[in-house]
Design a protein around this ligand. Structure first.
Ligand SMILES: Cc1cc2nc3c(=O)[nH]c(=O)nc-3n(C[C@H](O)[C@H](O)[C@H](O)COP(=O)(O)OP(=O)(O)OC[C@H]3O[C@@H](n4cnc5c(N)ncnc54)[C@H](O)[C@@H]3O)c2cc1C
Ligand code: SF4
Length: 485
């Protein structure tokens, strides 16, 4: 259990970032890893709690405390403390296909629910996870895992985000023939085209795709399933050709702001802006769309989540003159009341690395109108709101803007094309209806997981659902399964 007195002797010490002035000059990752000794010291702080909330409850519902993939955190902390990195990697990969993704971009609900968070110094679990997986790659411990025998069953996965990738990897490792259909030129979903390189460089995805190809997964790129785009595949034909189909197409319909002036030039969804920059970094053509760039502009980002932060960091790296971020919610408290919140994820003021690069943030603000001249946006007309989002008279104000990025989340998956053609039932929120025990949609042998089923969420939840969906498919095809829950 780490060092028995470790938590008393060793302070929490986490990875730092390179200075802002340096990191905004490029799009590479900028987190400075801890040394091996520092990481082992941090692992020594783990108390191997009687009830390790960090480890999670196993429930597939949002808001449950701890790790959504149920990483065996106290166990790998102990292995790292003792220097048995290879066994730590085996342990970590037994619950998480892609700790290199989560070790970079997970918000780490495990750390919020760590017992040591009661005194604001949780074990640096995410940093330890990152160190284990990077060491495993460096030492060549992560090899393709081939199945003992083939089952003769064929499964199609639609969408190559973290849910589709986790599902595909689990199914291939248990012997099924797996084909992943992806409408874009490369695999990864939002990991590839949404999340900027400065949070996760894309070579991290590429090495996993190479591992999966060696495990027998076939990727079909530029292959939209449904719709009328050139090369589109008929989803009903796919369902006939395969023994099972998993729909893991994400939640792609952005929430809009239908107010006067919305049609002015210079107002874009975040997911029109971010993928362009990721493509520029990797040298992938933009596909004939006009450049959206923040250089020399006053940028306003509407929406305060991860997507908004990614717009801020990207704008600064493109040379924005200023970035303002507006949030309709009131400013959360600086510190949570641990007695009320722990071990759950607390609502509190968080400052992302991108926000710390110089964004001005404003809360409880509603944008009522955009205005401009010559068809181009120049101003946002805003008003402050009360806790019920009602405008407060006399608090109207204006903000100058040359570029407005809408980052207010996603309402549900795209319905046209794939989902309408297949005719799968949707739930009240417009997501694909399927439960978390058998992941079956209303169509026989068609399953769904990740954001397409649960709505906009996190990478770690997508991995969890992809794994569980693979188990459900295996059980359905074979009548039994040895894949873990
Ligand atoms: C900008 C941004 C930043 C984020 N940052 C974080 C973060 O820091 N940490 C975190 O945990 N989460 C973050 N998230 C959320 C996270 O990325 C998602 O929850 C996660 O990627 C969902 O995984 P998924 O596999 O369900 O779907 P997606 O990642 O959306 O992948 C779906 C894939 O399906 C493909 N597809 C869709 N329809 C079809 C079709 N008809 N035919 C073929 N292919 C199709 C898409 O092209 C895509 O590749 C962020 C989200 C955004 C938008
Ligand atoms: S809650 Fe924290 S201290 Fe307790 S076992 Fe988990 S990581 Fe270790």
């Amino acid at each position: 259990m780490g060092k028995i007195t470790g938590f008393l002797e060793i302070d929490r010490h986490d990875r730092k970032y390179t200075p802002v002035a340096e990191r905004v000059k490029h799009f590479r990752e900028f987190v400075i890893p801890l040394t091996e000794k520092e990481t082992r010291d941090q692992a020594a702080r783990c108390m191997n709690c009687g009830i390790p909330y960090c480890h999670g409850t196993g429930a597939v519902t949002p808001g449950t405390p701890g790790c959504p993939v149920n990483n065996q955190i106290p166990d790998f902390n102990d292995l790292v403390y003792r220097g048995d990195w290879q066994e730590a990697s085996r342990n970590l990969h037994s619950t998480n296909n892609f700790p290199d993704f989560t070790g970079r971009i997970c918000p780490a609900p495990c750390e919020a629910s760590c017992t040591l968070n009661i005194i604001e110094s949780p074990v640096t679990i995410k940093t330890i996870e990152f160190a284990i997986v990077e060491r495993a790659w460096e030492n060549g411990w992560l090899k393709p895992e081939l199945p003992a025998e083939k089952t003769g069953k064929k499964v199609a996965i639609v969408g190559s985000g973290p849910a589709g990738l986790a599902c595909a990897q689990q199914l291939a490792r248990t012997g099924h023939e797996v084909h992943v259909y992806e409408k874009h030129a490369k695999a990864g979903g939002l990991l590839r085209y949404g999340i900027p390189d400065f949070k996760m460089e894309k070579s991290v995805i590429d090495r996993r795709i190479a591992q999966m190809e060696a495990e027998g997964v076939t990727f079909h790129y530029n292959s939209p399933v449904g719709g009328s785009a050139p090369g589109a595949i008929d989803p009903n034909e796919l369902a006939k050709q395969y023994d099972a189909v998993a729909l893991t197409g994400g939640s792609e319909s952005s929430r809009d702001l239908p107010i006067p002036g919305r049609d002015l030039k210079g107002i874009h969804f975040a997911m029109e802006f971010l993928p362009q920059q990721n493509r520029r970094v990797s040298g992938e053509p933009l596909g004939g769309v006009a450049d959206i760039l923040a250089g020399d502009k006053h940028v306003v980002v509407i929406g305060g989540g991860d997507t908004g932060s990614d717009c801020i960091g990207t704008s600064f790296r493109q040379g924005a003159k200023s970035v303002v971020q507006l949030e309709i919610m009131p400013a959360p408290p600086e510190h949570e009341n641990k007695g009320l919140t722990w071990p759950n994820w607390p609502l509190k003021m968080r400052t992302s690395s991108s926000q710390a690069e110089g964004a001005e943030r404003d809360f409880a603000v509603l944008t009522q109108k955009f205005s401009g001249t010559g068809g181009k946006v120049e101003k946002l007309h805003c008003v402050r709101v009360d806790e019920r989002f009602k405008p407060l008279p006399g608090t109207e104000f204006e903000i100058d803007a040359d570029l407005v990025l809408l980052a207010m989340g996603f309402v549900h998956p795209t319905h046209d094309g794939l989902l309408k053609t297949l005719g799968v039932d949707l739930d009240q929120r417009g997501n694909v209806r399927a439960n978390t025990s058998d992941f079956k949609t209303s169509k026989p042998n068609v399953f769904s997981a990740g954001d397409m089923r649960r709505g906009q969420s996190l990478v770690v939840w997508a991995i969890r659902e992809g794994r569980l969906c693979a188990r459900a498919i295996d059980l359905s095809l074979m009548g039994k399964t040895e894949l873990p829950r």
